[in-house]
Write a protein that binds this ligand. Sequence first.
Ligand code: GUN
Length: 295
Amino acid sequence: MTARILDGKVLSLTIQSEIATAAEQLKREHNIVPGLAVILVGDDPASQVYVRNKAKACERVGFHSKTFALPSETAQKYIMDLIKELNKDNAIHGILVQLPLPHHIDENAIINAINTDKDVDGFHPINVGRMVIGKEDCFLPCTPFGIQTLMMRNGIETGGRHVVIVGRSNIVGKPTAIILMQKAVGADATVTVCHSRTKNLPEIVRQGDIVIAAIGRANFVTADMVSPGAVVIDVGINRVKDFSTKTGYALVGDVDFENVKEVASAITPVPGGIGPMTIAMLLFNTLKAARKTLK
Ligand code: GUN
């Protein structure tokens, strides 16, 4: 049996139309238009695509957005000053600094400078702390939040099930583990995190009722690592050479999709899986940030 394909693109558009309706109401009743500032430093092609997609999505749901595309040699002080300005700007409700940043810039210092009420990525230590505590109001990081939402909206139960996460990054692996182990609806999972130093990794991944691949290596999760009937969520976006395409490369996930889909019960594609969900949750967080100004 072939796995059910979990379509993140269609679900993202559904959520975006819900957000557009909510944004219209916010405009009508309070004359507030949610605003997102995106800071991109350098010319990494993947980051440029992500940032463009974020700006386009803002337009689609009736938000306004400002992109600051800065050269890779931009001084840290310049970015800090820009963030200070945006922190004060009443038309901007969300601030996102696209990662990774060039090596001469201290990523933590930049994230720490963002007003916690505008931290729509949920990367500021205050929001990370609130997320860990679980009960407190915070911004959940967009990709883990997108993974949880995709599973919930597709009726995939996580309660009491074993989720095996492959990858321990601050952006995906770690926060996904925290979110899915919470005592909450859409969570309550038993979570194991594997990474590049894990011994017997295939054996552990085979124990997963749900496998979340976020290690950044093309086709890392193979069919023999997946137990029959497992749900497989692929967070990877890897650029590999493919001479059959016009551009000479193709985007593939961390999962060997063609073979794993014959074993799994449900699977996310790349592209069109978690990527679009990340954008939907960014818009959700920006709307939430705009509503916070009402209180
Ligand atoms: N780089 C990769 N994913 C993300 C994300 O969700 N937010 C930001 N700011 N940078 C990223």
